[in-house]
Ligand binder design. Structure first.
Ligand code: 9MR
Length: 368
């Protein structure tokens, strides 16, 4: 990851700059039912999306889509350690502050993503952790981020992607935190988060639970086992995040496996947030209508299972438009030139709503 290319000029949004900005035409929402948030609220849930402050600043249509549909915003990158402190001691809070200003100005809530993720930990911190094994480095990070945002942001993915069933011991990923501090880094991180953000909703977030293959199956078991261990030890953990990066090459969704995992987590007293929903396509060359139908059907299959549980408190998609999607970034340049973006979010890259939009709207509403 190229240090997020956090050019300060882009990152800083002078207050009020949100009114300007370039971008595609505003989304044509004339044919749409009331917003996704409206649908979610009618079922006692929230709907939100991930976004980047620089994209919001640049793109008026993105802001319009967010304001139409979202109640919650997840900063897609800016709260990650390597965004905040790419170089030790040099802090980049501006993009987070910008996003919070936008959220405040418009009555949106923000999800805190994420305090600890191996992949978004700066190299200097990894080296220091492994060299010194001094927990104070972690404490300082928690105190800095939660000291600044802990009361403003009410829900945190404290740990992102801690499990691994392939090479892990105790099915925990052998990430830098594990190697530096042992498996109880998880307990310590949760305690630390609670100390600095006593009222926040604290979550562990992970992926890879949806399909019938042996890896997903083992991951479901490992996730429940981790949650069980933490709850038995009275570790502060309020809920779990299930990312839900759906993938049409892995189908079909294992409804029973997903139900069993969700129920087991709920039985432990946890609630659930779908934190990063999107759909990776497998047949970019198919006609657009067929592509969009597959994406919508997969979304519906997934949400039909998850939204049967009232304990699923919210659904966040990992973006709103295919224009700004990590899945689009992964599409090979030649495929993209021939067949366009990955079409796995509610709006396409020109801000036309797609069948996935209706799938979300109807499943969120039906679950009321
Ligand atoms: O979508 C995010 C992408 O823009 C970033 O470059 C990347 C690294 O920070 O993270 C992506 O978001 C990931 C999320 O934070 C955790 N789950 C997987 C998401 C997709 O990779």
């Amino acid at each position: 990851m190229a240090g997020l290319a956090l050019t300060p000029a882009l990152a800083i949004a002078p207050h009020g700059a949100w009114a300007e900005g370039e971008g595609a035409a505003l989304p044509d929402t004339s044919s749409l039912p009331p917003s996704l948030s409206h649908a979610a609220r009618s079922g006692g849930r929230y709907y939100g999306a991930a976004a980047r402050a620089d994209h919001l600043l640049q793109d008026k249509a993105l802001r319009a889509a967010v304001l139409r549909d979202c109640e919650v915003l997840t900063p897609e990158i800016h709260l990650k350690w390597n965004s905040l402190e790419w170089r030790k001691g040099q802090f980049h809070f501006d993009p987070v502050d910008d996003l919070l200003t936008f959220a405040d100005d418009n009555g949106l809530r923000v999800r805190g993503h994420t305090l600890l993720w191996d992949q978004s930990t700066p190299d200097w911190a990894k080296h220091e952790m492994l060299d010194k094994r001094d927990w104070r480095l972690m404490s300082e990070h928690f105190s800095r981020v939660l000291g600044r945002y802990g009361s403003r942001i009410e829900e945190w993915d404290v740990i992102n992607e801690p499990i691994d069933t392939e090479a892990g011991a105790r099915t925990l990923r052998r990430n830098t935190f594990f190697r530096a501090f042992g498996p109880t880094y998880i307990e310590r991180a949760m305690e630390e988060a609670r100390a600095y953000a006593p009222k926040a909703h604290l979550v562990i977030n992970d992926y890879g639970f949806e399909y019938g293959n042996p890896v997903d199956k083992a991951r479901r078991q490992a996730f429940v086992a981790l949650a069980r261990r933490l709850r038995a030890a009275n570790v502060p953990l309020d809920g779990v995040g299930v990312q839900a990066h759906l993938d049409l090459s892995k189908g079909p969704i294992d409804a029973v496996g997903l139900q069993e995992m969700t129920k087991a987590l709920i039985d432990l007293g946890l609630d659930i947030t779908v934190t990063e929903l999107d759909v990776k396509e497998s047949e970019a060359a198919a006609p657009t209508a067929a592509r969009d139908q597959k994406v919508a059907d997969e979304t519906r299959r997934y949400l039909d299972v998850m939204l049967a549980f009232p304990e699923v408190r919210g659904v966040v998609t990992w973006g709103l438009t295919d224009k700004f999607s990590w899945l689009t970034e992964q599409v090979d340049a030649r495929v993209r030139a021939a067949h366009g973006a990955n079409r796995g979010l509610p709006y396409d890259d020109a801000y036309s709503p797609k069948p996935m939009y209706w799938a979300l709207n109807e499943t969120l509403r039906a679950s009321a």
